[in-house]
Design a protein around this ligand. Structure first.
Ligand SMILES: [Fe+2]
Ligand SMILES: [Fe+2]
Length: 468
């Protein structure tokens, strides 16, 4: 016999450091794979309201995964293991997420089953853990739960407007994804594993689309501004009529249309998050932010165009050529081409010129959009620089390969433009003719500030413009 004091307090079973890190790692893996799946289905979703919601939630999910990962490492978790030996049960569950038949089913499954199951797992964890001993986890999980509940509410509201039957109680796919959690003993793995019939099992593997479609409310259009297609002479002339109204007016309209169409950049980056399945964690964290930023830039343009009271689907070209021309390219080549464009625009000082002209137009909204866009773009260039070096190597062979990939990508893109130059969808004149008349009726006089900047259209590809 030995002598001891009674225990100072009772503790719940399975709430120590080892169990906590084990449970949280399962949740991290689930969040990480959820993030990649949201990125892929963001690309494959055409409905604009759903699409930008998916991008927002994908980025928040990257923050959730990152917070969990950081916390796991604090819990005496060997760094070398946090991204190794992912739980096979969790991977089996998350591997099903993408196998939805269409956007509606995907949204129903994620927001009707996966997010509620994650919220349940975090709530159960909070019920069990010690608020004092495990306070940092408590803080993180409360924040994650709050984000996820807001995501579910926003998507339910959107769905009620777009597809009222989306969250029907008896949706087979939703029930399947929810039932699957009991098969794996709960997200955190604390529950008993129960075998249940898997009615939706054995669906074919998911493959991300190499061709995107735009929202059905818009006309099908390849390009959005005349510099993209040197063959479209009527389109360029129609645009020049808008330029003649005033270079300030032209910049206001150009920057809004251009921003709106940056969705292609988001799609390129998000597709890479799916295509590269086993990269280091910071790769996904950076690309998630990059893809979300580009969706924000697209939304900035959409908001500006709506702000002028325009019927955006009727008036504004929303092209798909940028992403679709890249269809045959390997993922790394798409990233190389995007980096080439972004780095070139920043190096040319284009943003400063655009902001000066927008200030001269006294368009405070567009100035602020462009100012924040500029801040984001500087980060993107650093992402591109870092991750292309990571993927290609930081030696002269890597640099040569980057140049080769970029040159080849530009040639593929130029061929795509040439191949499609006579398509009816390649013609922009009808858009700019309609817009011209609407703009001409809306413009008003302000004092001339003598702005002395000659503005040429944004140079996306200098070689293409040289040939004009
Ligand atoms: Fe952008
Ligand atoms: Fe960017």
């Amino acid at each position: 016999m030995v002598k001891v004091l009674p225990s100072s307090r009772a503790v719940n079973e399975g709430t120590g450091v080892d169990q906590a890190s084990h449970n949280l790692k399962r949740c991290y893996v689930a969040e990480r794979e959820l993030m990649r799946t949201l990125a892929a289905w963001f690309v494959d979703t055409s409905q604009w309201d759903l699409k930008r919601q998916l991008a927002n939630d994908m980025w928040q999910t990257s923050r959730h995964a990152d917070m969990l990962r950081t916390r796991i490492l604090e819990l005496r978790y060997p760094r070398r293991d946090v991204d190794k030996k992912y739980d096979a049960d969790v991977l089996a569950w998350t591997g099903e997420f993408a196998r939805a038949a269409n956007t509606e089913e995907f949204v129903a499954g994620i927001y009707g089953a996966v997010l509620p199951e994650l919220v349940r797992a975090y709530s159960d964890y909070l019920d069990q853990t010690d608020d004092l001993d495990d306070a940092p986890t408590v803080y993180i999980l409360r924040h994650i739960i709050s984000d996820k509940q807001a995501q579910i509410e926003r998507m339910q509201k959107l769905a009620s407007e777009i597809a009222p039957t989306l969250f029907g109680a008896n949706h087979g796919w939703t029930i399947y994804l929810s039932d699957y959690v009991t098969i794996i003993g709960g997200v955190s793995g604390d529950g008993e594993k129960v075998e249940k019939p898997t009615s939706q099992a054995n669906r074919p593997a998911y493959a991300i689309q190499r061709q995107v479609n735009r929202d059905a409310r818009w006309r099908s259009t390849l390009f959005h501004l005349p510099h993209e297609n040197k063959y479209d002479v009527e389109g360029r002339q129609a645009w020049q009529r808008i330029e003649k109204l005033d270079k300030r007016v032209a910049m206001q309209v150009w920057s809004a249309i251009s921003h709106f169409n940056e969705i292609w950049a988001a799609e390129v980056v998000a597709a890479s998050m799916w295509d590269f399945a086993n990269e280091t964690w910071e790769f996904y964290l950076d690309l998630a932010r990059w893809a979300w930023d580009e969706t924000r830039h697209s939304t900035m343009g959409y908001r500006a165009l709506q702000g002028w009271g325009w019927d955006v689907p009727d008036l504004i070209p929303w092209g798909n050529a940028m992403y679709n021309a890249m269809g045959p390219m390997p993922p790394i080549q798409r990233l190389a081409l995007l980096y080439f464009y972004e780095e070139g625009l920043l190096r040319a000082g284009t943003k400063q010129i655009e902001i000066k002209i927008l200030e001269s137009a006294q368009d405070d909204g567009s100035v602020q959009d462009m100012d924040f866009d500029w801040a984001d773009e500087a980060i993107h260039v650093s992402y591109g620089f870092r991750w292309l070096r990571h993927l290609l190597g930081d030696d002269s062979a890597g640099k040569e390969e980057l140049k080769r990939l970029t040159d080849e990508a530009r040639a593929i893109h130029a061929k795509f433009v040439a191949d499609h130059k006579d398509d009816p969808e390649a013609k922009l004149a009808p858009y700019f003719n309609r817009l011209h008349d609407i703009i001409a009726q809306m413009i008003h006089d302000i004092p001339d500030d003598g702005l002395d900047i000659q503005w040429a259209p944004v140079v996306a590809d200098e070689e293409v413009l040289k040939a004009l």
